[in-house]
Design a protein around this ligand. Structure first.
Ligand SMILES: [Zn+2]
Length: 118
């Protein structure tokens, strides 16, 4: 289950970017997963919940956005969204295409609740 190690990586990266005070106030981590990546969003979600439990960031929720697979055609230059099973350019039907987006995972942002000053 590589989703658990990915979840741990997300938590580690978030921890490196936030002070201990900020970690305790972290409410949301937004990540984007390419549709063509091998990551299963549901498994990443449950992996994150297991990995974050008991850490300074245990109040944080993981928000996953799945982004479509986009390829650029080397024949006509068109960039298109395709289904992972269909590696042909929908514009000219060439199968000489390069994946330009959709096979990655990236942390989009970290959301922190501002402390209320009394
Ligand atoms: Zn084309």
């Amino acid at each position: 289950m590589h989703e658990l190690s990915i979840a741990k990586n997300i938590i580690r990266i978030a921890g490196e970017h936030l002070s201990p005070d900020e970690q305790a106030l972290l409410t949301k981590i937004r990540v984007r997963i390419g549709k063509f990546s091998t990551i299963v969003p549901d498994l990443l979600q449950s992996g994150f919940e297991a990995a974050v439990d008991g850490t300074a960031m245990e109040n944080a929720k993981l928000e996953i956005t799945v982004i479509p697979l986009r390829v650029q055609c080397n024949s006509c230059g068109e960039v298109s969204e395709i289904e992972p099973v269909d590696f042909t350019c929908p514009v000219c039907c060439s199968n000489d295409v390069d994946v330009v987006e959709g096979n990655e995972i990236m942390i989009e942002n970290l959301e922190i609740t501002e402390p209320i000053n009394h």
